[in-house]
Write a protein that binds this ligand. Structure first.
Ligand SMILES: Nc1ncnc2c1ncn2[C@@H]1O[C@H](COP(=O)(O)OP(=O)(O)O)[C@@H](O)[C@H]1O
Ligand SMILES: [Mg+2]
Length: 270
């Protein structure tokens, strides 16, 4: 379904701000798999998702999606296959436009423009039904501006929009991180429901160990632009939060050892 081969990406190469954000990522996602992506800050999680979505062209490597080599496809072309939800409830929607208008836009993703803002009546009915399913009372507020809603309501709607056309791949980047705990719970269980119902192949970045153990069928852990752990099948199902914390501690310890060794070498060679 999604196949990443040897992805490398360096930002600001050759400058003091050089960052090797991806340092050889190989990853294959089976159709319908739901992968949770964990990793320390700056380990390359968002960069990985952005590389797949086409926010930039990778320096090296191949990206195959749904049978296409999309490595050199521009972002808007990949958007016909990909649904995305970001951390910020204010991105991904047009705040001044109504709920219905935003859905009209989403329904045209990757298609011809210039069809007007209105949703066809049958789509409007389907939309009202789906929004009612959120049990947030928004089905009677379809004409309200998206900008007038709470963060949780917006993320729930953004998720519905991103999955409206059953994308071949769903990318969620810490999409509950900016929400209060109750809204975060609502949005994560809604996500799980939609992903399972439609069998969506999904990459979900989170910093929540609780979410990582409770959701998905595979966990990858990133560090310094590489995948350093990959838990799947029975191993994933058995995994507890403490196991994940242990793995993070291990990474941190190794890091300190590396730094210690580097400091010793510096002393030896000055
Ligand atoms: N567009 C960019 N330009 C320059 N540096 C970037 C860019 N995007 C990410 N980085 C850097 O790449 C590294 C990995 O970032 P990111 O993938 O956002 O980490 P994560 O999502 O795991 O916290 C960080 O050091 C970050 O500052
Ligand atoms: Mg990130």
């Amino acid at each position: 379904m999604l196949e990443l081969q040897g992805l490398r990406q360096t930002f600001n190469p050759g400058t003091v701000n050089e960052v090797r954000a991806l340092q050889g990522v190989d990853l294959t996602l089976d159709e319908g798999s739901f992968i949770v992506v964990l990793g320390t800050n700056g380990s390359g999680k968002s960069t990985l998702l952005n590389a797949v979505a086409g926010s930039f062209f990778v320096d090296e490597g191949r990206i195959r999606l749904d049978g296409h080599d999309v490595t050199r496809w521009p972002e808007h072309r990949r958007a016909s296959l990909i649904g995305r939800v970001f951390q910020n409830p204010f991105s991904g929607t047009a705040p001044g436009m109504s709920i219905a208008e935003n859905f009209a836009l989403a329904a045209r993703r990757g298609r011809a423009r210039g069809l007007g803002w209105a949703l066809a009546p049958d789509l409007m009915g389907a939309l009202r039904e789906r929004v009612a399913g959120l049990r947030m009372g928004l089905e009677n507020r379809l004409d309200n501006a998206i900008g007038s809603l709470s963060g949780g309501q917006r993320q729930a709607l953004t998720l519905l929009m991103a999955t409206w056309l059953r994308p071949r791949l769903l990318l969620l980047d810490e999409h509950t991180a900016a929400l209060d705990p109750k809204s975060a719970d609502q949005v994560i269980s809604l996500s799980d429901e939609v992903i399972r119902r439609d069998g969506l192949t999904t990459l979900m970045v989170t910093h929540s160990m609780a979410q990582a153990v409770a959701y998905g069928d595979r966990i990858i852990m990133m560090h310094r632009g590489q995948v350093v752990h990959d838990f799947r099948g029975a191993e994933k199902r058995r995994l507890r939060q403490e196991d994940l914390i242990d793995r993070f501690d291990e990474i941190r310890r190794r890091e300190q050892l590396d730094e210690g060794a580097a400091a010793m070498l510096r002393e030896l060679y000055v």
